[in-house]
Design a protein around this ligand. Structure first.
Ligand code: NAG
Length: 316
């Protein structure tokens, strides 16, 4: 009897969660968009860094609701609606709403799986005439894109900028993904499914310049060409695990203890003496020019190039 119970529990545990979650991007501890604002360079709390966005309040770009998640994801209370529009330009001519992992874990070693689910609806649908970079690493060794290639209404998966897989980005379908990255071998493959179906491997691992500083994976969207239209993108089930991969949907991300969003002993940190590390500018972002006040240091391996001095300098 005892043995049987243990066996049943073991099977359940295995089915629920095959690998070890290194970083949970769960939204369970975020009840409103304002919770993302608790993070700052001098107060690095929660699951996400939130600094790559436009000029409006966070609630203009991020919203949480149970109706925004993949319904198959029982571990998550909420999904995220992430929006971009003409106010979303960030340190460049590009429109961006992107969340970055907040973690001290090493997200760039061994064989890791970067899990997320993405959806669009027919309302505020992404514009296929403009290039979008979705869930990308700073070096773009792997990413999703939309609005590119011979079939711009496809959501495509790329390795080093070359398309390896694609699927029509139909409305109201949840697309589940895991980037399968072997940082030791320098390879990346893709797992995918839709709805509640378990992930299957759709592209075997391919050589790539795999690297991350554990704070340069962008959950969100960069629209490469300025456009006036509002777009809504939905994300759910975000986590990074070390192998073996969890193929079932909705059991991985929320399995972690909720993040330690400091129980509001909030004193404005005007008296802190330790200077916060400054943000670095991302690939294609502005890094200098007349009147520019943003980051002037480019993230590795990019350098600040005088594209149109003295008005515009860009990380390339
Ligand atoms: C990752 O790559 C290393 C080095 O090539 C290899 O030994 C290891 O088996 C790979 N891991 C997986 C899960 O394929």
């Amino acid at each position: 009897m005892v043995a049987l119970t243990w066996a049943v529990l073991s099977v359940f545990t295995l089915a629920a969660h095959a690998g070890t979650t290194l970083w949970s991007g769960s939204f369970n501890a975020y009840s409103t968009a304002a919770d993302f604002d608790k993070w700052s360079w001098s107060n690095q709390v929660g699951e996400y860094q939130w600094y790559i966005h436009g000029s409006q309040p966070t609630s203009h770009y991020l919203a949480l609701s149970p109706s925004y998640k993949n319904p198959a994801d029982t571990a998550e209370t909420n999904g995220l609606k992430l929006s971009i529009d003409s106010t979303s330009t960030w340190n460049s001519q590009f429109e961006r709403s992107e969340l970055i992992p907040q973690t001290s874990a090493n997200l760039g070693t061994g064989n890791l799986f970067y899990h997320f689910s993405v959806k669009r609806s027919a309302t505020n649908a992404p514009d296929p005439t403009m290039e979008h970079q979705v869930c990308f690493f700073e070096s773009h060794f792997t990413e999703l894109k939309y609005g590119v290639g011979s079939n711009p209404s496809n959501l495509v998966w790329m390795v080093q900028g070359v398309e390896k897989w694609g699927t029509p980005f139909t409305a109201d379908t949840w697309f589940n993904f895991a980037y399968d990255i072997n940082f030791s071998a320098g390879t990346v493959g893709l797992w995918a499914s839709t709805g509640s179906a378990p992930l299957t491997k759709v592209v075997q691992n391919i050589a790539a310049s795999t690297s991350t500083n554990s704070a340069d994976w962008h959950l969100g969207v960069l629209r490469l060409i300025n456009g006036p239209g509002t777009e809504d993108w939905y994300f759910s089930g975000v986590y990074v695990e070390s192998g073996p991969i969890t193929t079932s949907i909705g059991t991985g991300s929320g399995g972690n203890p909720p993040p330690t969003t400091t129980t509001t002993t909030t004193t404005p940190t005007s008296t802190t003496t330790t200077p916060a590390p400054g943000p670095t500018q991302t690939h294609w972002g502005q890094c200098g020019g007349n009147g520019y006040t943003g980051p002037t240091v480019c993230a590795s391996p990019y350098t600040c190039v005088a594209v149109s001095p003295p008005y515009y300098y860009q990380c390339q």
